[in-house]
Write a protein that binds this ligand. Structure first.
Ligand code: ATP
Length: 345
């Protein structure tokens, strides 16, 4: 029976890249039944809610969602639909694998790391308020719990073990944030004792930023808290060629949401030139999650081949191809390619 998947095409370039990803997933032979749903600015205008109840109900039913970028009002307006989705479904872990692509010019050729970001608490889940009458002083209380810290470091070690990655680097700021970051660090130290085959490394976040741009191949799996993970995973995406290539998965006990990590890219929306790689790779991660690992590996290999050929790449990678041309080429290579990747979620 086909696996039901909720699809949120999203705002800006979302519909363009998600349509391309759906086409590639269909060509892979994967047996999926799409359930379209709405969220983001388009849903807010149409239905008066950026995360309508029926969208949440659809994901709770299917437990799997492919999601495009959703517009987020900056410094005012309604709460981010992505943040609400993460909280409503308790998607506590965010996984972002980052690997060099041959054919994409970058300072390093051999980056192959994964960032595991705590998604449920810290700075992003805290309560924010003005503490004066004039709106000139504001504060936010951020909470870190041992339970949430333990479940995310366990996820990172398990991911490392499944993928035969021999090192987990925990990134923190416990020299300054002694209690909150301190709890997170202690959870990592304690968990490391249960994974004897995996080296455990601790690194302060400022040093981690430096090391990531000076020597990224030294990292295999990074586990970190919400805000640090948000920043470092975008930095890591830049190391291998930019936002058009990087995908992520948000996972909880009851649901998993797969997405390109880029935003709505208003500057190129509607032009048909967005790079759909990130959305396609997010789709491949989704297939791995549903147990169609062979199709997922073939998609990854086809994407890598098409990028390495350089003939059908989009303008962000120096080419002239449209979103559709790139996706069509991936779909056609997909029929003949043999999978080489063996990554597991
Ligand atoms: P948002 O406010 O939704 O986060 P943004 O424009 O601030 O959007 P991004 O959408 O992530 O941030 O885009 C940052 C830059 O990267 C833009 O110049 C955009 O055109 C480019 N970009 C992002 N995604 C892609 C993509 N898939 N293909 C090509 N360029 C992209």
């Amino acid at each position: 029976m086909a696996t039901p998947v909720t699809v949120i095409r999203g705002d800006g370039i979302g519909p363009e890249v998600i349509d391309a990803a759906m086409r590639v997933l269909e060509s892979s032979g994967a047996d999926l039944a799409w359930e379209p749903a709405e969220a983001g600015a388009a849903a807010n205008i149409k239905m008066g809610d950026a995360l309508p109840d029926e969208t949440l109900r659809s994901i709770r039913r299917s437990r799997i969602c492919l999601k495009g970028p959703l517009e987020m009002p900056i410094a005012s307006g309604y709460q981010s639909a992505t943040a609400r989705l993460t909280a409503e479904l308790d998607l506590y872990a965010n996984l972002r694998p980052v690997r060099s692509y041959s054919g994409v010019e970058t300072p390093f050729r051999d980056v192959d790391l994964a960032i595991v970001r705590e998604n449920s608490e810290g700075e992003y889940a805290g309560v924010e308020r003005y503490v004066d009458h004039d709106g000139e002083v504001a504060e936010r209380v951020s909470t870190t719990t041992l339970a949430a810290s333990q479940r995310i470091v366990r996820y990172a070690f398990d991911y490392a073990a499944r993928n035969r990655r021999r090192k987990v680097t925990l990134v923190h700021k416990a020299n300054i944030l002694k209690l909150t970051s301190g709890i997170f660090l202690q959870a990592g130290r304690d968990m490391a004792k249960h994974y004897s085959g995996i080296e455990f490394e601790e690194m302060i976040v400022d040093n981690a930023a430096l090391q990531l741009v000076m020597n990224p191949p030294r990292f295999r799996v990074i586990v970190t808290s919400n805000l640090f993970g948000d920043i470092l995973s975008e930095l890591a995406a830049g190391l291998v060629g930019g936002l058009g290539l990087a995908a992520g998965m948000n996972i909880g006990e009851d649901a998993a949401v797969f997405e390109p990590i880029h935003g709505t890219a208003a500057d190129i929306a509607g032009k048909g030139i967005a790079n759909p790689t990130a959305a396609i790779v997010a789709g491949a991660m989704l297939l791995r999650h549903t147990g169609e690992a062979e199709a997922a590996d073939r998609i990854d290999s086809a994407v890598r081949l098409v990028i390495a050929e350089r003939k059908h790449v989009t303008p962000d990678l120096g080419g002239h191809a449209s979103t559709e041309e790139f996706a069509d080429r991936v779909a056609s290579v997909l029929r003949t390619v043999r999978s080489e990747s063996t990554s597991r979620l």
